[in-house]
Design a protein around this ligand. Sequence first.
Ligand code: 4AD
Ligand code: MG
Length: 460
Amino acid sequence: MTRIRDIYADPDKYIGQTIDVRGWVRTRRGNKHVQFVALNDGSTIKNLQIVFDLGKFYEEMLKAVTTGSSLHVQGLLVASQGKGQSVEIQAEEFEIYGEANPEKYPLQKKGHSLEFLREIAHLRPRTNTFGAVLRIRHALAYAVHKFFNDKGFYYFHTPLITASDCEGAGAMFQVTTLNLDELPLTENGEVDYTNDFFGRQAALTVSGQLEGELGATALGCIYTFGPTFRAENSNTPRHLSEFWMIEPEMAFYEIADNMDLAEEFIKYCINYALEHCADDIEFLSEHFDKELVDRLKFVVNNDFVRLPYTEGVRILEESGRKFEFPVYWGVDLASEHERYLVEEHFKKPVILTDYPKEIKAFYMKLNDDGKTVRAMDVLFPKIGEIIGGSQREESLEKLQARVDELGLEGMDWYLDTRRFGTVPHSGFGLGFERLVLFVTGMQNIRDVIPFPRYPNNCEY
Ligand code: 4AD
Ligand code: MG
């Protein structure tokens, strides 16, 4: 069996040979002498043209060769005389694996809307658009591992079921085997979790960072790459309830090292896609976003702006712009503010640093001003926040004070990193789907993951 991508990668190797291809029919057209089938096997955006000579095959035999049906074709690969393809197969033998009733198969026409395709997300991987997105998604995942592996980072597996709330936002999905209709109660009338599966309350993780810090303070440099769950009721084109996050964590890195790594990492991933997914990116650019390739190259070729939050707020205040949400020092910036800085003011990605401690997580290192923390958010055109990270508070005393102030419980294991051989360290989290969104130029995060989860949707 030959995969179509291999044929296009080196057509001369196959021309003049009888080969074997298998895939799904995208279209069939022709006349009473000859029929042309565009076959796609998922290995590339490009279809392979199969030519059926009706001197050799009866039209009746091709009746079930309709859009969506699956075929096995054997034939001679020849240079094509027709326009639009360089090679084609002259069918000698074929077999239909599975028919796709044209009356019922929903993917008949080209150009279904993305909204419609979201309703049949179980079939949409078979469209050109989703094929392209999913191949790019794969390439980016591979690039993530390659980047860190080549740098000597270790892939560290943090638990998905956890008892700690890293980000402190309280947006966790509880994991329980208790019978919700008949909850065991304590004397005070509270749920008695000692009877639950883990003997305590548990939830799906919102971030692997805290456990990642244990890895970094043992192995030096680690990264995590896994699913993350957030029960926020955010119905936006940039939020999922289940998304994948990459979280590197590095011992002995200060905030500037952290920013350097984040910038290098994200540029590496984008470059990798530009080099390895040219056909798919070109397809998406043609159909959805003409400026896509320029935007990707621009980001790769320019330094990101590095700017303290306080400066960013000043620029927003002085912009004269009427924002939907007011801007003032201390506010958690909204997407419109982030995008103003990136798309209109600097026209470049921006790394915003030194945020007020009140709007950031408890583990961030406090600056000498006592008001701001060593946070860094990387803000991207079209996306807004793509990375969130910080230098971590390495002082046991200061971290303990913050934990007490916020009334966090069950943190003793985490504080051990500061109790025993504490070191300056830093890390960040990249939302994988936000990266895929940026690289594909798609508009909605629900279209860059095969089976999206969001409020009121848990199909498949
Ligand atoms: O800024 P966040 O919440 O940071 C953390 O979780 C830290 N523990 C990371 C670290 O320092 N190790 O999330 C990191 C990134 C965001 O910048 C965003 O790209 C993505 O995760 N993200 C989401 N992506 C999709 N859907 C959501 N609901 C997301 N929430 C965050
Ligand atoms: Mg964040």
